[in-house]
Write a new protein. Structure first.
Length: 190
């Protein structure tokens, strides 16, 4: 027997026409941070002496260690997630082990870390400090691949979106907020 189904129930490629710039943006949004937010606690004139960084690792004052990873938020109805390139702090031991084995298959290994949450759409409420750090699991992957960052259970909106996914219009709003500094009204689906 032939089974009928709704085409709208199948995942599809994410795209939207931005009400801000008028462009049609195709593909699930992907944004990244060039360095951990913690770097900004170091005065700019001192960063060259105190911060050592590659595209995948960062060490501040030979005391604070960070690795770059990927945090994925499922988008309801889309075939690919909303992707954030983020940084997670690591203990020195985990950091060294990660660096020493980066070119090998690290699947099945991982570590604990802290994720600085300064992402658009997940801002810290006024009066609650400048940043929020969320406990996270860092799931290492294949040779040369950045790890997956998974926030641990908490009541922060990022954890809720990570576990439950985000509606299409929320993905549009987050993308617009990140690209243009706006994202509340006027988004349209193609």
């Amino acid at each position: 027997m032939f089974k009928w189904f709704s085409l709208s129930s199948r995942p599809r490629a994410f795209e939207f026409r931005c009400a801000e710039c008028g462009d049609l943006h195709r593909g699930s949004p992907s944004f990244s941070y060039a360095q951990p937010g913690f770097v900004f606690t170091v005065p700019e004139e001192e960063r060259a002496a105190r911060v050592r960084q590659t595209s995948d690792t960062c060490i501040v004052d030979d005391e604070f260690f960070f690795i770059r990873g990927v945090l994925e938020l499922p988008i309801h109805g889309a075939d690919e997630p909303f992707t954030w390139g983020v940084w997670a702090s690591q203990s020195e031991e985990s950091f060294r082990r990660y660096v020493d084995t980066f070119d090998a298959d690290q699947s099945g290994d991982g570590s604990f870390g802290w994720l600085d949450v300064t992402m658009p759409g997940y801002a810290v409420p006024p009066g609650e400090g400048e940043r929020v750090s969320l406990a996270c699991n860092v799931q290492w992957r294949g040779a040369g691949e950045r790890p997956l960052i998974e926030p641990q259970e908490c009541d922060h909106p990022l954890y809720v979106d990570f576990t439950q996914g985000i509606p299409w219009d929320r993905a549009i709003a987050l993308a617009r907020l990140t690209m243009h500094g706006s994202g509340e009204a006027g988004q349209t689906e193609p």
